[in-house]
Design a protein around this ligand. Structure first.
Ligand SMILES: *[C@@H]1O[C@H](CO)[C@@H](O)[C@H](O)[C@H]1NC(C)=O
Ligand SMILES: *[C@@H]1O[C@H](CO)[C@@H](O)[C@H](O)[C@H]1NC(C)=O
Length: 422
């Protein structure tokens, strides 16, 4: 008897270790949440079952199309039990394209064309239907909305032809068409609704949060969560505002200015695209989930290509433990810029935040970082617990972690190669 029990225990432990290694490998390989990938095999979750694989549904609506003119789409996983009247939507991320050259490249990928999208998506983290991985939202209706317009669902240009090739900048219309479709499939009856997104999809969430609120009656609970989407308008290590120049290009190319009533005429068009500006006019309760040393931003906002001709930041960009003390000082300055930028939102009673001091990106989209024995904790709560506490008004959640390297629970990313800019 005892021997049998012991072998069971060993088996159990072996399964857990294997699950963790597989998940860690997948995490390392994917690097960022939205890296283009071929159809993924399901990876084990922290529970004892495989993650759900969910089919792609295309939305046919004249005018609402991806960069290359193909229909947009989403993956829908029905809710169950007492979650069946609640809806959680996730807006996919994947950076932006700033000119015809980079948008032309994007048309050849899943981020610009549904012809290149995986027909099935793996639902993990906040999208998981496994209670051990996603304690508060596991049984909700869940939708992953694919990103294929190149400008965070905000462009609306009638038609662009360049050099004999068609480009469609229709993110705003994709948003409207997908919402109309989901409303007809039950979203309109949602008792509670939660709009989420990470990275460029986090920015989309700031942009569309109030639009989402307006789709549902006032009596329903509607909130939004932007994960890894608080991009900063700061100088890079060479003293230039690379990100603002990048956003200026995106905003001009896709004519996003009319989407931003908050934008004053003396601001550059790209400035209006930063969450700090977008968030000022949001009246719906928002949760800001963001690491203070977002790896994507360290790589693309703080030390973008061209800012570091001697490649002195190469190792630090890929692994925070390899940063020199001087580079760490720059990173602490970056953290401070984030805290300054979100300071005005701390006083909003209905808002929540979880700003951990980890070297990571998109924490709601990975089992390890969302809710697992290895997830970062602030005041002993994982991101999943903090977001749940806030959503259901269990407590006020305005968590700001102490500065790196103070938090021993951080799961810090180690990247395997530098990013290639388009
Ligand atoms: C325009 O088309 C020509 C010929 O097809 C091609 O060589 C060139 O690279 C294109 N330029 C752009 C910006 O797409
Ligand atoms: C931290 O949370 C875990 C449950 O997630 C609990 O078991 C543990 O006792 C907590 N530790 C402290 C110090 O509160």
């Amino acid at each position: 008897m005892a021997a049998v029990d012991l072998s069971k225990l060993v088996e159990e432990k072996r399964f857990w270790v294997a699950s963790f290694l597989a998940a860690a490998l997948l995490f390392t390989l994917s690097r960022y949440a939205a890296a283009p990938s071929s159809s993924p095999p399901p990876s084990p979750s922290y529970g004892h079952r495989l993650n759900a694989l969910v089919d792609l549904t295309l939305v046919y609506d004249r005018g609402a199309v991806c960069l290359d003119g193909t229909p947009p789409g989403y993956h829908f996983l029905p809710g169950f039990g007492d979650g069946s009247h609640n809806w959680l939507l996730h807006l996919e991320g994947g950076s932006w394209c700033r000119n015809f050259k980079s948008c032309a490249q994007r048309k050849q990928t899943n981020l610009g064309s549904s012809d290149h999208m995986d027909t099935r998506a793996e639902f993990v983290g906040i999208l998981s239907d496994d209670q051990s991985q996603n304690p508060d939202f596991y049984n909700w209706n869940k939708v992953k909305i694919r990103y294929c317009d190149g400008a965070s669902f905000s462009g609306n240009v009638q038609h662009e032809v360049k050099n004999g090739t068609d480009f469609f900048f229709r993110g705003q219309r994709i948003w409207e068409a997908v919402m109309a479709d989901l409303l007809s499939k039950g979203l309109s009856r949602a008792k509670q609704a939660f709009l989420t997104g990470c990275s460029a999809g986090g920015l989309s969430t700031y942009i569309h949060c109030d639009d989402f609120r307006a789709l549902l009656p006032k009596t329903r609970t509607v909130k939004c969560l932007a994960d890894g989407g608080f991009f900063l308008d700061v100088e890079d290590i060479s003293g230039r505002r690379y990100m603002r120049a990048f956003y200026n290009d995106v905003a001009r190319l896709q004519d996003v200015r009319k989407k931003f009533p908050h934008c004053s005429s003396d601001m550059e068009p790209g400035q209006c695209f930063f969450p700090r500006e977008v968030a000022k006019s949001i009246s719906t309760p928002m949760f800001i989930l963001n690491p203070a040393y977002d790896v994507w931003q360290v790589e693309h906002v703080l030390s973008p290509q061209g800012s570091d001709p001697q490649n002195l930041w190469r190792n630090c960009r890929m692994d925070i433990t390899k940063c020199s003390s001087k580079q760490l000082e720059v990173l602490q300055g970056f953290r401070k810029a984030l805290l300054d930028a979100i300071d005005e939102f701390k006083t909003r009673r209905e808002w929540g935040m979880f700003i951990d001091s980890c070297f990571i990106h998109c924490q709601s989209m990975k089992a390890i970082t969302w809710h697992s024995p290895l997830a970062a904790r602030i005041n002993n709560k994982t991101a999943a617990e903090a977001v749940g506490d806030w959503f259901f008004d269990r407590r006020e959640v305005k968590e700001i972690d102490c500065e790196y390297p103070c938090n021993p629970t951080c799961y810090n990313a180690v990247l395997d190669e530098p990013y290639k800019e388009d």
